[in-house]
Design a protein around this ligand. Structure first.
Ligand code: MG
Ligand code: MG
Length: 283
């Protein structure tokens, strides 16, 4: 992390933020579609095809395909898989599976990136601890979002994510693991740009959030220890002990007016209001 501590963030102009909202909203709508369509008996490759068709039909391109060596539109990570699971015709989803879907799109030269976790077959098919993990990981993402403001240190985000998960775990009697091998990131004309955004508490303050900052926050949380490995396919990251994991992500813009969640359908307006955070209109 040390190399990035003094990195300056370059903010986007209002015009650029409006273009990033277009890309972000396409990602949000694609994930909304997948959440509605996913069910037992589907393969993760079918979800990938749905997503690619939706993105291309709406004037975007799947930006995961711009990552060297990756050919799919989504990452689909099931149960003990944390992130970077490769969609496959052989992976048939079962009721009760914990599925994390990560999706990105580029529209023009601007990018969006977001992820959510769900139980295949709906919450009633889920184990209570999986439902808790999904909810608490999502809430930790929003706690990180709520820590964003112009003039504040970027690493306040990871501290807020970690504090949220610690409090939730204590409330439930679960000791969550937060994955530290993968981090959030800046986003703009590429999906992955500086600065790094740790989803956990680190020493130091990191760069200062400036007007027009656009970043991705993406906590990856495990029911057991966070120790993990990359499988022989060179992509899939799974927990060492087989315990399940969840992953939530949004692309977010910060201005002096407040926060706009670029990949949320409503820009984050409803949830930000609950959290007492000012919503910044864009466009
Ligand atoms: Mg992502
Ligand atoms: Mg990301």
């Amino acid at each position: 992390m040390g190399l990035f501590n003094r990195e300056r963030i370059v903010g986007k102009s209002p015009e650029q933020l409006a273009l990033m909202r277009v890309a972000g909203l396409l990602v949000g709508r694609t994930l909304e579609l997948l959440a509605a369509e996913v069910g037992p008996g589907m393969t993760t490759l079918e979800l990938d095809t749905l997503a690619e068709t939706h993105i291309r039909d709406h004037g975007g391109i799947p930006n995961f395909q711009l990552v060297p060596g990756y050919r799919h539109t989504l990452c689909t990570s099931v149960n003990e898989e944390i992130v970077h699971g490769i969609p496959s015709a052989d992976r048939v989803l079962q009721a009760g599976d914990l599925l994390s879907i990560d999706c990105g799109a580029q529209v023009g030269q601007w990018n969006g990136d977001a992820a959510f976790s769900c139980i295949v077959g709906g919450p009633e098919a889920g184990r209570p601890e999986d439902l808790a993990l999904i909810e608490d990981t999502r809430d930790s993402l929003w706690a990180g979002i709520a820590a964003l403001a112009v003039g504040r240190p970027l690493y306040a985000v990871g501290a807020a994510v970690e504090d949220s998960l610690t409090a939730a775990g204590e409330r439930r009697g679960i000791e969550y693991g937060i994955v530290e091998d993968y981090v959030g990131h800046g986003i703009g004309t590429s999906m992955h740009m500086g600065p790094q955004v740790p989803n956990y508490r680190v020493s130091g303050k990191g760069p200062t959030v400036v007007e027009g900052t656009t970043i991705c926050i993406e906590p990856m949380v495990t029911l057991g220890p966070e120790a993990n490995h990359v499988r022989d396919d060179d992509w899939t990251v799974a927990t060492d002990d087989g315990s399940r994991a969840a992953h939530w992500e949004h692309s977010i813009a910060v201005t002096s007016a407040g926060v706009h969640v670029l990949t949320a359908i409503d820009g984050g307006q409803a949830r930000l209001a609950e959290l007492g955070v000012r919503f910044a209109p864009i466009g």
